[in-house]
Write a protein that binds this ligand. Structure first.
Ligand code: ADP
Ligand code: MG
Length: 339
């Protein structure tokens, strides 16, 4: 399960596990910031959100806590998530914003759907529509979701990887695993502990992944300097690693993602499999940017694989399109009970 894109009469929100992206009618993307909140442990008051809170990550003292409320694809901390959403919406709007909406993770339970709706409404939304996340990305990518043709979308976010086969405005086959960007960062942290005896932070691991991480051999392998804390004597230390080692460290989570894609393909009805054979698999979400991942999936599935243009904003752009033409897209909206 991934997360949602919230939307209303004029705002589309992709409340992601790693990033929150807000789109506004007539303006396009108006906010794109990490889904991170820093708050006072005692008063629960929000001190910072987004980029500002990210700067504090791993550098806070006793009284300040930074959390990622959407991590792992569920609303881990409901109240904080709601506060974050409210602050983000406040940040985008000059003055009063009439209403707003949300898009939801596939596989989301009725309880979670209600939770999202509640968060959105309490954050000021008048009208909230929920939309399955893979559907939002498919529309954002520009796939013809209402055609009688199968399309496979693989959305690799921070907390979850969502795989879906879409046809005739519906999700035919879907799979969601809790292995995505965060697991890749963890794999890198573990690698440095085991093989280099140093402890590195989450932000460092993420920077390494984005800069030198790969799923296939690179044309030119590179060596980088990494700073962390020596596990033996506790002092800061620099160590040298190659992109080959980082690739090995990333192998486990990558293999799990590839396996999930294969399992989903096996469960797809044959007529739709034939469509996917012609059209290929679309990769989206920030994880689609990992070097060589498309090539790796191509190699393991024998299918064409494409990386979406601007994969980090596909969900919100798709949600925005639905918002602009609610009547045309009415079939893709999730019907959920009001609480
Ligand atoms: P979510 O929808 O869960 O918020 P996103 O689609 O915003 O997630 O993707 C965020 C994830 O993408 C993070 O784990 C981030 O590390 C990863 N990411 C971003 N850029 C790259 C890159 N160049 N290579 C590998 N991973 C990347
Ligand atoms: Mg996402």
């Amino acid at each position: 399960m991934g997360l949602f894109s919230l939307f209303s009469a004029d705002i589309a929100v992709d409340l992601g596990t790693a990033n929150t992206v807000i789109w506004m009618k007539g303006k396009g993307i108006v906010l794109n910031e990490p889904s991170i909140v820093a708050f006072d442990r005692n008063t629960k008051k929000i001190i910072a959100i987004g980029h500002e809170a990210r700067e504090m990550l791993g550098r806070t003292h006793r009284d300040i806590r930074t959390i990622r409320p959407m991590k792992d694809g569920v609303i881990a901390d409901f109240e904080i998530a709601e506060g974050m959403l409210r602050e983000f919406i406040k940040k985008t709007s000059v003055g009063w914003v009439p209403s707003r909406r949300v898009s939801v993770p596939s596989g989301i339970t009725e309880v979670e759907k209600r939770a999202v709706r509640y968060a959105a409404e309490h954050a000021g939304a008048k009208e909230v529509h929920l939309l399955a996340e893979p559907m939002a990305s498919a529309i954002g990518i520009g796939l013809d979701v209402d055609a009688p043709v199968g399309n496979m979308v693989v959305d690799i976010g921070g907390g979850t990887t969502e795989i879906a086969v879409i046809a005739l405005s519906g999700i035919v086959t879907e799979e969601s695993i809790r292995v995505a960007g965060d697991e890749k960062n963890n794999a890198i942290i573990q690698f440095f502990k085991r093989n280099h005896n140093i402890l590195i932070g989450e932000r460092t691991a993420e920077a390494i992944k984005c800069e030198v991480g790969s799923a296939m051999p690179l044309k030119e392998e590179i060596t980088i300097q990494v700073k962390g804390r020596d596990l033996v004597n506790g002092v800061p230390k620099t160590t040298e690693v190659s992109s080959v080692e980082i690739r090995e460290a990333l192998n486990e989570p990558i293999a799990q993602i590839v396996e999930a894609v294969k399992v989903t393909l096996e469960r797809t009805p044959p007529e739709l499999s034939a469509d996917i054979l012609d059209r290929g698999i679309m990769l989206t979400g920030g994880g689609a940017l990992l070097k060589g991942l498309d090539e790796r999936i191509r190699l393991e599935t024998n299918l064409p694989v494409h990386v979406a243009e601007d994969p980090l904003t596909a969900v919100v752009r798709g949600t925005g399109r639905v918002l602009e033409d609610l009547r045309h897209f009415s079939k893709v909206l999730i019907k959920s009970k009001r609480y």
